[in-house]
Design a protein around this ligand. Structure first.
Ligand SMILES: Cc1ncc(C[n+]2csc(CCOP(=O)(O)OP(=O)(O)O)c2C)c(N)n1
Length: 276
C-alpha cells in the first residue's frame, strides 16, 4: 500500500483534475464551497498521492493512515481526491449535494474513504486527537492527518485540541492549517485577528512549520520533517490563496460559499484551470 513517489509534475496534473471537479461539482449543485476547496487541494493531493499509506482496495486496513478534513465544508476537494484515488467512480461526483447521493455538502462518513463526518467547525481536530491517542495506546505506527481552517481556529475547541496534543505527546499527529486569510464573509484579521499563529501554537508545546501551501516540494518536505518529531505533534501552517487557480475567485470572500453565477463564469473557471 505504499505510494509510488509521483513527480511534482504528476501531482500538479492530479490537482488540475481535482480543481476542475471542484468547479463542476459546485456549479452542478448550484451551491457549495469552491474557495476553501481550491486553497487546500494541493495539500490534499500530496497527502493522498504521495504521503499517506492508504489503499482504496483495502479501505479498512487497520494499519492505514487516517485523515480528517476538519473544515468539512471543503468537501468538494476531499470527494474529488477520493474519487481520483479510486475509492469510488468519478462520475458519482455529479451527485454532489443532490438528495439521491451520499455526497452531502459537508464531509460525510458514509462516503468511501471518509474517516469522519465533519462540517461543524472545531470538532474534526478533536476527532484527530482521539484517533492519534488511540493509535498510540494500540501501539500502531500509522499517521493521523488533520486539515483545519484559519477561520475555524476561532473555535475554542481547537485550542483544547492543541492542549491535548501536547499533553499526550501525539507525535503521530500532523495538523495542517489552511492559512488563506479569509473566512465566511471577510478577512480573518478583520473579523478575529489571529496574528502570529506560529508563536501561539509553539507556546502550546507543538512543533510549527510554515510553508507555501501551493508549493509541492515545500509541502512534501514539511511532512517529512513533521514525521521526524520524536515527541510532540506538528502544525504545518500552509500559506494559501483562497480560490487558487480561478482569477475571479482568488482572494475573494464572495466565493467562500458561492459557485460561478453564470455559464460564462463557469466556462472561464474551467478554461483558466485547464490552461494553467
Ligand atoms: C460551528 C460552526 N459555525 C459556523 C459554521 C459556518 N461556516 C462554514 S465555513 C465558515 C468559515 C470557515 O472559515 P475557514 O476555516 O477559514 O475556512 P476556509 O476559508 O478555509 O474555507 C463558517 C463560519 C460552521 N460550519 N460550523
Amino acid at each position: 500500500m505504499n505510494n509510488v513517489a509521483l513527480s511534482v509534475d504528476e501531482l500538479r496534473e492530479i490537482s488540475k483534475k481535482a480543481r476542475l471537479h471542484i468547479i463542476e461539482m459546485v456549479y452542478g449543485a448550484k451551491s457549495g464551497h469552491p474557495g476553501g476547496s481550491l486553497s487546500i487541494i494541493d495539500v490534499l493531493t500530496v497527502l493522498y498521492f504521495r504521503e499517506m499509506h492508504v489503499d482504496p482496495v483495502n479501505p479498512s486496513d487497520p494499519g492505514r493512515d487516517l485523515f480528517v478534513l476538519s473544515k468539512g465544508h471543503a468537501s468538494p476537494a476531499l470527494y474529488s481526491i477520493l474519487s481520483l484515488k479510486g475509492y469510488f467512480p468519478e462520475d458519482l461526483l455529479t451527485g454532489f449535494r443532490k438528495i439521491s447521493s451520499k455526497l452531502e455538502g459537508h464531509v460525510h462518513y458514509g462516503v468511501p474513504g471518509v474517516e469522519a463526518s465533519t462540517g461543524s467547525l472545531g470538532q474534526g481536530m478533536g476527532v484527530g486527537v482521539g484517533m492519534a491517542l488511540a493509535s498510540k495506546l494500540d501501539d500502531k505506527k500509522n499517521w493521523i492527518y488533520v486539515v483545519i481552517g484559519d477561520g475555524e481556529i476561532e473555535e475554542g475547541s481547537i485550542w483544547e485540541s492543541f492542549m491535548a496534543g501536547y499533553k499526550y505527546r501525539l507525535n503521530n499527529l500532523i495538523v495542517i492549517l489552511d492559512r488563506n486569510m479569509i473566512q465566511l464573509d471577510g478577512f480573518t484579521e478583520d473579523i478575529m485577528p489571529m496574528m502570529e499563529i506560529k508563536n501561539k501554537v509553539e507556546s502550546f508545546g507543538w512543533n510549527v512549520l510554515e510553508i507555501d501551501g501551493h508549493n509541492y516540494d515545500e509541502i512534501i518536505s514539511a511532512i517529512e520533517k513533521a514525521k521526524k518529531s520524536k515527541e510532540y505533534p506538528t502544525l504545518i501552517i500552509a500559506r494559501t490563496v483562497k480560490g487558487k487557480g480561478v482569477s475571479y475567485m482568488e482572494n475573494n470572500p464572495k466565493y467562500h460559499g458561492s459557485p460561478p453565477e453564470s455559464e460564462d463564469l463557469y466556462l472561464k473557471a474551467l478554461k483558466e484551470i485547464r490552461e494553467n
